[in-house]
Design a protein around this ligand. Structure first.
Ligand SMILES: [Zn+2]
Ligand SMILES: [Zn+2]
Length: 368
């Protein structure tokens, strides 16, 4: 029996226990996990600030090797090295148009449901059913039953070490990089600011360095993270523990404001300050998720000269296409995600989660 990290109720720590996998459906794949990233959405689902039914198994940045495939699976075969990303229905307008992160069924299939679309569960404990199917994978488990649509097959020359490094591409790094490369696409000479130097924010900053933007400004309250942002290519950094966000951005841009902001903190005050920092025609990408039900305020008239607030989920990525692009950038030294990662044994999941929550580790990766 495989071991999984179960959260029994809101606010509990992860409990490593044996689980039972359900039979594979025709469109599912059984994956032996090699590694999985830990994302803030896992922690917020475990503590109840992101709705997810408990008890359950979280985890949505898996990397592993295919053990078995359902009868209709064509995307992958036994023995493939794969990353696990998010799932989608494959039938709605968003899915058909190459935007699976805009799937009509996104929330129910990836988050709130905890079940397959037909209401059945993929995992059980000896005491009863568990909620799982988190992002179509629930990767905090030695073995996972995964939706075929969550699978990204890796290049055949992918090494074991790379499999571990690549795991968080399935969510966090794809989310930050995709916002910049898929959606904002900064023009030559434009300015882009990133609020929050966590995994998503630093991925956005590294992606911005691949564009013709002239300034990449990273904002945080932790000096060591701002140092790292500089090493990764930020042209400017702002420490908001002793500087005002909006006035600093206006200073850097000679009073014009920035053309783009990527807001990753999920802090409503930072979002409002980001919108106030936009140049005419500028766009604020809203990525960080505050507690469910949060609202923000902005000056309506100030938005009229072309200013935009744009919500983005998972970088609006089509993972089969976009993750290989990021892997190529990593191999060429343009997207050094390993600089953000720290590896922990799977058994140390609670230490990894605590380090992520405290900001000690930017991106924990659990190795099985
Ligand atoms: Zn995530
Ligand atoms: Zn869909």
């Amino acid at each position: 029996m495989p071991t999984a990290a179960i959260v029994w109720k809101e606010g509990d720590s992860f409990s490593l226990e044996e689980i039972y996998l359900d039979e594979l459906r025709s469109d599912e794949v059984r994956v032996h996990l090699v590694a999985t990233g830990v994302c803030h959405t896992d922690l917020s689902a475990a503590n109840g600030s992101t709705p997810f039914p408990l008890p359950g198994v979280l985890g949505h940045e898996g990397a592993g090797i295919v053990e078995a495939v359902g009868t209709s699976v064509t995307r992958t075969k036994v023995g493939d090295r794969v990353l696990l990303s998010f799932t989608s229905c494959g039938r709605c307008a968003g899915c058909r148009n190459g935007h699976p992160a805009l799937c009509d069924s996104h929330l129910i299939l990836n988050l709130f449901g905890g079940r397959r679309a037909d209401g059945t569960t993929t995992l059980r404990h000896s005491s009863g059913e568990l909620n799982a199917h988190f992002f179509g994978q629930s990767s905090f488990s030695e073995t996972a039953v995964v939706d075929e649509r969550s699978i990204v097959v890796l290049p055949s020359d992918t090494t074991n070490d790379e499999l571990i490094i690549f795991a968080p591409l399935g969510c966090g790094f794809q989310t930050g990089a995709g916002a910049v490369l898929n959606v904002l696409r900064p023009e030559p000479g434009s300015t882009i600011a990133v609020t929050g130097a966590g995994a998503v924010g630093l991925a956005a900053a590294m992606a911005a360095r691949m564009t013709p933007a002239s300034r990449v400004i990273v904002i945080d309250r932790v000096q060591s993270r701002l140092e790292l942002a500089k090493q990764l290519g930020a042209s400017d950094v702002i420490d908001t523990s002793d500087n005002d966000l909006t006035s600093s951005l206006l200073d850097i841009t000679d009073g014009r404001g920035v053309d783009y902001v990527v807001e990753t903190t999920g802090n409503v005050g930072v979002l409002e300050a980001s919108v106030l920092s936009l140049a005419v025609g500028g766009t604020c990408a809203l990525i960080g998720a505050p507690r469910a039900g949060s609202t923000a305020a902005f000056d309506v008239n100030r938005m009229l000269p072309g200013r935009v607030i744009r919500g983005i989920t998972l970088g609006d990525s089509e993972p089969q296409t976009f993750i290989p692009v990021l892997i190529d950038a990593y191999r060429r030294g343009l997207f050094p995600i390993d600089r953000l990662e720290r590896v922990y044994p799977f058994a140390d999941i609670n230490a990894a989660a605590a380090d992520a929550a405290a900001g000690v580790t930017i991106k924990p990766v659990l190795v099985f």
